[in-house]
Design a protein around this ligand. Structure first.
Ligand SMILES: [Zn+2]
Length: 231
């Protein structure tokens, strides 16, 4: 669980509804007006030519994936409760236990919690990503600089489900490929690999997280990562 845990508050209305198509359409005339005013300015740099599209058609290509975001998972940027950049390197991934169930998007979007993690994995194996791994999440105190973080839904008294083991392995295999996380289990803040919140001790918040049952499943996760990494 995150270092800065607080009492769960009632869920706030989601802000996802803000990004309605109508808002974009309203902006379009304003942009056109600005471009029109620029016509007489000599210092305006040439703009790249927009690809011609038949009226009403979407561009053929999808926008490029921003760095540090995993493909094929639910991308839910929280926009707060983290620091842009601020990573010293990529030592690996820290596994946490939520001590609860359900997506952490709303909680991590609430500025009063001052806590976050890069990833969350449901008991059914659904993966949500809230922060680019190039940015610093607020999860494990002094361990936020060198390590990415992943919350697992459920409780320390219960093992990760088979689906969770598979999904944690997917996240780790991506990190190994993209960010050089080594294919091993880590047991020290100075090490590298798949570690636990508990291994950081007091400077990481002094949590017994994710508990011995889930910490002991890291070997099974890593065996799966190695299989994924061979293909
Ligand atoms: Zn934790």
């Amino acid at each position: 669980m995150p270092v800065t845990g607080q009492r769960r508050r009632p869920a706030e209305p989601t802000r996802r509804g803000v990004f309605v198509i109508g808002g974009g359409l309203l902006l379009a005339p304003a942009v056109a007006v600005l471009l029109g005013q620029d016509r007489t300015a000599q210092s305006v740099a040439p703009r790249p030519q927009a690809r011609a599209q038949p009226p009403g058609m979407e561009p053929a290509s999808t926008p490029p994936r921003p760095p540090g975001w995993m493909p094929g998972v639910l991308r839910k940027p929280i926009g707060k409760n983290f620091r842009r950049g601020g990573r010293s390197g990529q030592q690996g991934l820290i596994m946490h236990v939520q001590e609860g169930e359900g997506s952490l998007f709303e909680r991590f979007s609430d500025p009063s919690t001052r806590s976050s993690a890069h990833f969350w994995v449901s008991q059914a194996g659904v993966i949500e990503q809230y922060i680019s791994v190039h940015d610093r999440a607020w999860t494990q105190g002094a361990g936020n600089v060198g390590w990415a973080s992943l919350e697992t839904s459920g409780f320390a008294s219960k093992p990760l489900t088979t689906a969770q083991v598979a999904s944690v392995a997917r996240v780790y295999a991506w990190g190994a490929r993209e960010h050089g996380w080594p294919l091993e289990v880590a047991d020290s803040p100075d090490g590298r690999g798949l570690g636990t919140h508990e291994m950081g001790g007091a400077s990481w918040g002094g949590h017994a997280c994710p508990g011995p049952i889930r910490a002991g499943q890291r070997d099974a996760v890593m065996r799966r990562v190695r299989r994924l990494s061979r293909v």
